[in-house]
Ligand binder design. Sequence first.
Ligand code: 5GP
Ligand code: ZN
Length: 118
Amino acid sequence: MTRYEPECIFCKIAAGHIPARLIYKNDHVAAFHDLNPVAPVHALIIPLEHIRSLSDLTEDDAGIAAEILLAARVVAEKTGVLESGYRVVFNNGDDALQSVGHIHAHVIGGKTMGWPPF
Ligand code: 5GP
Ligand code: ZN
């Protein structure tokens, strides 16, 4: 059964109840542009069903975890950063400043980045 949290902003985007600038969608994940981009390319990839964070993934979610990573490649291609390079980031929990409790991968690119990221 699909998990849906009525108060979750990303569940609403996944269901099409609030708009987003969609890049890619299949039966398992959706990718869209971040509302407040930190780089020329800043996309988010979410599973269509509600999972709070990486810390909540179980063996049963192995398929969805793979779907998210495979979508990162598609997003990189569609946004033009496949060759130039990009970063895929999951913020998990308070110290990482996760602000939306629905697992998401940031795909960031279009500029040369620094490391470490803090
Ligand atoms: P986090 O801080 O949880 O890792 O990342 C959440 C991201 O979601 C932030 O980069 C924020 O700009 C983005 N975001 C929050 N609400 C919305 C929204 O309604 N639409 C879109 N497109 N992005 C959002
Ligand atoms: Zn959700």
